[in-house]
Every structure is written in C-alpha cells, then in structure tokens.
Design a binder for this molecule. Sequence first.
Ligand code: TRP
Length: 370
Amino acid sequence: METDAREIRDEDCKIDSKTYEEAKRRSAEIDKDLSVHPEKYKVLTGDRPTGDLHIGHLFGSLRNRIRLQNMGITSFILVADYQVFTDRDKVDDLQGNVRSLVLDYLAAGLDPNNGRTFIFCHSHVPELNQLLLPFLILTSTAELDRNPTVKEEIRAAGLHSVPSIMYTYPIHQAADILSCRANIVPVGKDQLPHLEISRKIARRFNERFSPKKTVLPQPEALLSEVPMVLGLDGSQKMSKSRGNTIRLCDSEDATRAAIKKAKTDSERLITFDPENRPEVSNLLRLASLCTGEDPKAIAERIGDGGSGTLKNYLTDVLNGYLAPIRAKRAELEKNPDVVSNCLRKGVERAREEASATLDLVREAMGMKYF
Ligand code: TRP
C-alpha cells in the first residue's frame, strides 16, 4: 500500500484517453443546458489554500465559476484546508493563505451576498468529514493504489512516505462533493480520476444501501474550455512552486517586470504557433484571454514588432484587465471582518446541507436508532 515517489512511472500518472473523451463529450452537453435550466444544477468546486491565486487560476477556473454563478446556479466554493496536508510536512501560515484565497475569490467576482454562492472551509463542517467513514466502506485499497492523480501528486511532491490523507484524498473529495449533493464539478483534466471515484461512490452507495431511491447523485465534471495557461517560462504549467506566475495581487510594476523576463525566442516576426513557438504563443494567448481578440489577429498586428512590442502590449492589457480586481481587493482588505463573515455564512449553509445528507446516509444504512 505504501507508495514511494521514486517508484512511480510516467504511465502510472496517465489519464486514460477514452475516459477523457467521454468526460469531454458529457461536459459539452451539460454546458449547453446550464443556462437553459440553471435550477437543475448545483456546483461544488474549490482550491487548496496553498498560496495566492495567479492568472492561471483566474483564466483556467475562476472566470468559469463566476460565469456559472452569474447564470443563477447555486455554487459551493470549497477552501480545502485539510487537504493542504496531503503533500507536505510543514504548512506555513494556513490562516494567512485562507484569508488571501477568500480575498482573491471576492475580488475576482464571487459574490457571497447573492444568496446562492457559498464559500466555506471543510475543516468547519464536521458532517462532511464524517461522510468519509461510509465512503471508506465503498472503495477498495486497490482502487486508491491505481489512482493516477494520487500518483502524480506523490511524485510532484517527491514523497517517500505517503500520509494516509494523501491516499484517501479522492474519498475525502467525494465527501466534499456529495455532502451538498452537488451534480456539477468544474475541474481540469488532471482531476478526472478523483471525480471518477466520487461517481463510483455515489453509484455504489445507492446500489448497496438504497436501491429504490437515489440518495446520492452522480456528479459530472465540467471541463474547462481554456487550454492550460503556461508559466512565463513557456514550457510548463503556471504554478507557484515553479516561480513562473503572475499573482492576482501583484502590483502593476511587478507584473511588468515578470512579463519583461518572460522567455521568448529570437525570431522577430510574431506568429501564433503553439506547437513550434510555445513561449510566444503563450503570451499571445494570455493577451487574447484579456481582450477576447483572436491570438492570431494580435500576432498579425504586432507583425515584426518583435517580442518587446508583444510584451509591452501584454503588460498593458493584463494590467488593464486586473486593475478592477486589484482595486476591489485593496478595498476589501481594509475591512478585517470581510473574510470571517464570508466563511461563517458559507460554513453555516454547508453544514445545513451536509447534515441533511448525513441524515439520509444514516437512514439508508439502517443507522437510525432513536
Ligand atoms: N483537489 C482539488 C485540486 O487540487 C481541490 C479540491 C478539493 C476539489 N476538493 C474538491 C475540487 C472538490 C473539486 C471538488 O485542485
């Protein structure tokens, strides 16, 4: 059962392409129905509070969450604080990270005052965490052994001894999702194996404990349309641990400096060619995400202006795009209670949901004694 980062091979982390294609197809279908029947859907998704959000998060997931919220869909946004401990021995300033994450959420446009967006941390929802126990009955150790996302995370963190909370991460994630009986989970491709376990748990629970009446809905992945935002080194995913990010809360000057240092190539003519010129194409794609203009059109306009012109342009449009978010964050930071009020309200609602689910679960399992 013990896995060591040194023993994990590439193919252990691969996500089956058939599963991916099938998830993409279902996701596209659901996406079409979301705005037609927002009342049918309940979203749960979230982040681990491991550091400030960057533009990879903003364009890759946060913008989509705000779109769903604004369609009128009830949205549970999880601050996955227990799960910070899955891949590290030392956790610095969890409180500060949670605060910063919530400020980023609010500044970007999640609105806990609209009556249908609930931002909560799962450490404060005991009923959610208790669901872990019935769910442990429904999963085998072999299944956890095979999970490619767990393998990838063990490898990325270089763990030699794997804590059980890493091992049971997908089961805990099922508890996150199923505690409020969410049916839509906006995630990236890398999270599909985790979601598959949540789907299996829901299915098995119903089959084993409540064959006549569905207690737990099978959640569906909503895959992001945006291709992965690369870091400013152009070669890998934007991520804090790789130091290739621009954070939402960075200053305009820091943003300018980071873009100035971004890797490009020596060709003067700017073209959009992700295959052969990943670095230049990534900068074009980022500019396009800010303005909505096609990256090829931006490239043509810049023409032989070189990477200096491209970088200046990206700096201007990105700083412009982030200006209202940064201003709102600065405003929110002045109020010391804004984060605690938001989380308190979110936790209250998450507990109502999770406690209703736990009641149904206990009843189905024959655990109603008084
Ligand atoms: N594992 C997710 C990530 O690393 C975060 C997460 C925790 C999550 N629980 C979740 C995402 C439930 C979606 C649903 O990004």
